[in-house]
Ligand binder design. Structure first.
Ligand code: ATP
Ligand code: MG
Length: 453
């Protein structure tokens, strides 16, 4: 009897030890998603008129791929917790975790065949906790060090109307190049309305032209504020609820003031500093920053900045002229720039908005954009106003500005100044109008920063 008991005890102990890691992960991860990030997931999945999906945690699968088989483009200052989430060492070799989108039934099979061809274990593994969003992107949490970030790979299913979307390596490189440009440029300029979600890491499988892009959630995981997707602001229930929470009664007026107009200002600041504009300026690419009490802060978050039109004449006059060479040629424009806005493009309108009110949003958008852009660059408002807009019901409104007048030529000539430099590439001193838009380094803050280090 004693022998049986002893054997049973040893056996249970053995099973317990063998299951230790699995048990740990099923019972409790050391780190969880923050409240603000969880709220973002809930808005992305539940407050989108075009689709409702699960906001529950998923044990996301990945393939383990030796880094030597991958293309990579990492930011030099990449957060080590994030880097260590995607890279690890096995048998003395560095591997990457290549994420499988949980809804994808197609693209990851190409990755599997690629691994089989290279005689590498192609069994999916589990490590991350993950959450769906409205788009291809997922929000991932490393359960062992708490790093959380957004990550995007190909999938044939997303929340909205455009479902089968391959993430190519070529596009991932374009995203990384834009990110370099933005990182170098925007911090030097005064852009009070603008927040960018950086994309500091991309990996690729060249022979499949597959890419994986990591996007930072900025300080969202620290719970200081919320990011509300623009489609949730225009959501029938949630848009009205947040309006009420802010003591207002009319969601159309509230979101005109706190969504539509701030996006117009943000795009003026963005375009003036970079010479680029989204080719698909829909609501999934904009977010409204809210404070802890869900009050709009006036700042707008831009994400997904790879697919943009470039005003080539402008970008070529900056230190980042080289990005125009590797850019999608259909999106490189000479002597003109196509702009647009379509906050309900690909979506269903809320019951509290009429089509006339939507049109008024778009007129208001261009009024605010043109005023702010004129203020920053000196291109006269009246000149921009004369450009005709093309409108589609509940969709995009577009204006293609001819950038050939004297005022536009000046904007183009001094592009480097709008990038935060003191002189043009040709060595000409920057005019005061542009210098005054540059962010001044406060001496006191500068000295403090040095002492702090
Ligand atoms: N309300 C919405 N408006 C626009 N797109 C939506 C909406 N809801 C879901 N989507 C989905 O989001 C995606 C938008 O495409 P886009 O190329 O901007 O994003 P992405 O590159 O897939 O992801 P991300 O913006 O997260 O980087 C599409 O797959 C579309 O179906
Ligand atoms: Mg997008």
């Amino acid at each position: 009897m004693k022998l049986i008991q002893k054997t049973l005890f040893t056996l249970s102990l053995f099973i317990l030890v063998a299951c230790q890691t699995t048990l740990n992960r099923h019972v409790a991860a050391d780190y969880h998603i923050s409240n603000s990030a969880q709220q973002l997931v809930t808005w992305e999945t539940k407050a989108n008129a075009i689709s409702e999906r699960s906001n529950e945690v998923i044990r996301v699968e990945h393939y383990e791929i030796p880094l030597r088989l991958l293309e990579k483009d990492f930011d030099a200052n990449l957060d080590s917790n994030i880097k260590n989430s995607l890279l690890f060492t096995k048998n003395g070799e560095t591997y990457a975790r290549w994420i499988i989108n949980p809804e994808d039934s197609k693209w990851h099979l190409e990755v599997k065949s690629f691994l089989q061809k290279h005689k590498i274990d192609s069994e999916p593994k589990k490590f991350f906790d993950g959450y769906l969003t409205a788009s291809r992107s997922m929000i991932l949490v490393n359960p062992t060090n708490g790093a959380s970030f957004s990550l995007k790979v190909s999938t044939d299913k997303t929340g909205g109307k455009w479902t089968d979307k391959k993430q190519t390596w070529a596009d991932a490189l374009q995203v990384r190049n834009m990110n370099r440009y933005l990182q170098e440029t925007l911090p030097k300029m005064d852009t009070p309305t603008l927040v960018i979600m950086d994309e500091p890491l991309a990996m690729g499988i060249k022979e499949l032209d597959h890419g994986m892009i990591m996007r930072s959630l900025n300080d969202l995981p620290e719970d200081g504020h919320y990011y509300l997707p623009a489609f949730s602001a225009l959501h029938d229930v949630e848009g009205a609820r947040i309006t009420k929470l802010n003591g207002a009664t009319d969601p159309v007026r509230f979101w005109d003031k706190h969504l539509n107009e701030p996006i117009a200002r943000a795009m003026a600041e963005y375009f003036a500093a970079t010479g680029s504009w989204y080719d698909s300026p829909h609501a999934q690419n904009f977010l409204v920053e809210l404070d802890r009490d869900m009050k709009p802060t006036g700042r707008i978050v831009l994400r997904d900045l790879g697919d943009t039109y470039l005003l080539e004449d402008f970008v070529k006059n900056t230190k980042f002229g080289w990005i125009t060479k590797n850019w999608d040629p259909n999106n490189v424009q000479q002597g003109k720039i196509t702009t647009g806005i379509g906050l309900l493009h690909g979506n269903n309108p809320p019951s509290w908005m009429t089509s006339t009110e939507y049109k008024e949003y778009q007129w208001g958008f261009y009024r605010t954009f043109e005023q702010r852009f004129a203020e920053i660059t000196g291109v006269p408002y009246n000149e921009m106003l004369r450009t005709e807009s093309k409108e589609s019901l509940w969709s995009y409104s577009r204006k293609t500005y001819q950038a050939t007048s004297e005022a536009w030529k000046k904007f183009i000539r001094y592009a480097n100044c709008l990038n935060g430099e003191l002189k043009t590439l040709a060595g000409e001193k920057c005019p005061e109008l542009y210098l005054k838009r540059q962010r001044k380094i406060d001496c006191f803050q500068g000295v403090n920063a040095i002492i702090a280090h």
